[in-house]
Design a protein around this ligand. Structure first.
Ligand code: FES
Ligand code: FES
Length: 164
């Protein structure tokens, strides 16, 4: 069994302890906002938060997050507001966005969008630790890959938050 909390909801799954968290989220819990890209911790598409810290879930076995608090893109806004909602009742249309999510809209960051869940999770974690990052800080912290090349808009969105 694997036991952890996802977006405020307790989960007990009958799965192997070495199953990557990514597959527990996607295949066992049906939460497909977290994406599979490379499977080797290189692209960041699978980024989630474990106790608020960005983690690449494709290489994180569920045994490593036993009893921990997982936040996915589906629960980011309610987690930030301190009002974690159960996934079953989460309604994106009627939930406030985080400042990062709003900045992504304001600056029209996504193109195909595939990498953007992971980007937003990584950037949210970075800004929680470093609210006013330099370009060098961004480059060293955000190593996620965007095949559409949205990096300039990602930086603009981050800068708008840093100077807000
Ligand atoms: S899918 Fe996890 S880092 Fe690429
Ligand atoms: S927006 Fe397409 S991969 Fe990043």
């Amino acid at each position: 069994m694997a036991n952890f909390k996802v977006n405020g909801e307790d989960k007990a799954l009958d799965i192997e302890p070495d199953m990557p968290l990514l597959w527990a989220l996607r295949d066992e819990l049906g939460m497909t906002g977290t994406k599979f890209g490379c499977g080797i911790a290189s692209c960041g598409a699978c980024t989630v938060h474990v106790n608020g810290v960005a983690v690449r879930s494709c290489v994180t076995p569920v045994s490593a997050v036993e009893g921990q608090e997982i936040t996915t893109i589906e629960g980011l806004a309610s987690a930030a507001a301190g009002t974690a909602q159960p996934v079953a009742t989460f309604d994106p249309a009627n939930s406030a966005l985080t400042a990062v999510q709003q900045a992504w809209i304001d600056h029209q960051v996504p193109q195909c969008g595939y990498c953007q869940s992971g980007m937003i999770m990584a950037v949210s974690s970075m800004l929680a630790q470093n609210p006013n990052p330099s370009d060098a800080d961004i480059d060293s912290s955000i190593t996620n890959v965007c095949r559409c090349g949205s990096y300039p808009r990602i930086k603009r969105a981050i800068r708008s938050l840093a100077t807000a």
